[in-house]
Design a protein around this ligand. Structure first.
Ligand SMILES: Nc1ncnc2c1ncn2[C@@H]1O[C@H](COP(=O)(O)OP(=O)(O)O)[C@@H](O)[C@H]1O
Ligand SMILES: [Mg+2]
Length: 276
């Protein structure tokens, strides 16, 4: 795939206007596990494939999407919230990026994020699904009434985690148990081990045994690569040079879209991987 920035592209059209867009959410029970890094790169990769994509930053108090992409929004989710309910239209509050996807930016002030309620989130997601093929949601850590609203709208839930110390494993276990209690369909969850092979004494097999689930995806630890990407405000998947982390994220997207080559079982995508 040619890695290019799509700033010269005209406004994207949806690939399929007849169906509502899919909602992919990046959520975690511990902080700083890579939700935003993965969401930004996932959005860039989907946009490279020609889809119309919006990344909504629903980390309402401490959103990082605009920082990671080097964009300065003039409109944010707070401005959307601040309208009369029947006059809210997400299209008026979107920030376009040079990476081929749009962003619904998090509020700029903590107190602005604080007042936004779950109903407004539901309204916004619903509108975004009409306008985009894929609506990616970056979130904040933990279960709140806002995350409940987000989960309710989520088609595929990405759960990145970093198994660097015992409390993060405990939090992951509690998170998975809570999702189970909420009856969130396991088939729609993707457990990601981020920063794989970072300096840690904890074995993956032990973690999988403790939490009772295998990891579906393994994303390399590449501190320099990520830091450079944040400094340059450019997603890693758009870098010209060969990059393992970028390939792993692209593979994850391919897997989700079922674009991997057919296996001997004849099944593609993540469901297929269960039977390999
Ligand atoms: N795969 C990775 N390799 C190396 N560093 C990473 C990786 N993923 C995330 N990081 C580091 O962790 C930090 C937190 O990531 P971020 O996506 O902001 O976490 P979250 O959104 O879950 O709070 C990043 O700024 C980066 O320094
Ligand atoms: Mg974040």
């Amino acid at each position: 795939m040619v890695k290019c920035m799509n700033n010269q592209n005209p406004k994207r059209k949806r690939k399929n206007e007849a169906v509502k867009g899919s909602v992919f959410t990046f959520f975690s029970t511990a902080s700083a596990v890579g939700k935003t890094v993965l969401a930004v790169n996932y959005a860039a990769d989907l946009a490279e494939r020609g889809y119309k994509v919006c990344l909504a930053d629903l980390d309402l108090q401490f959103g990082d999407v605009c920082n990671y992409l080097g964009i300065t929004p003039t409109q944010t989710f707070f401005n959307y919230y601040d309208q009369e309910e029947d006059r809210r239209d997400t299209a008026a509050f979107i920030t376009e990026t040079q990476f081929g996807f749009d962003v619904l930016a998090a509020p700029l002030e903590v107190d602005e994020g604080f007042v936004i309620d779950a109903e407004t989130i539901l309204q916004a997601i619903n509108q975004l699904r009409d306008d985009y093929d894929y609506v990616l949601l970056d979130t904040t850590t933990g279960f709140t009434n806002i995350s409940m609203a987000i989960l309710e709208q989520t088609d595929v839930l990405y759960l990145p985690c970093v198994v660097d110390f015992i409390p993060s494993i405990k939090d992951l276990k509690i998170g998975l148990e809570t999702l189970h209690k909420l009856q969130f369909d396991y088939q729609r969850m993707r457990l990601i081990l981020n920063r794989n092979k970072a300096e840690t004494q904890i074995s993956i097999k032990d973690v999988e045994a403790i939490v009772g689930r295998p990891f579906q995806y393994f994303i390399s630890n590449d501190y320099q690569g990520i830091m450079q990407s944040i400094r340059e405000a450019k997603p890693v998947v758009l870098t010209e040079a060969k990059n393992k982390l970028a390939d792993e994220i692209s593979d994850m997207v391919s897997e989700e879209l079922g674009e991997k080559e057919e296996t001997s079982s004849g099944l593609t995508g993540w469901l297929g991987s269960l039977f390999r």
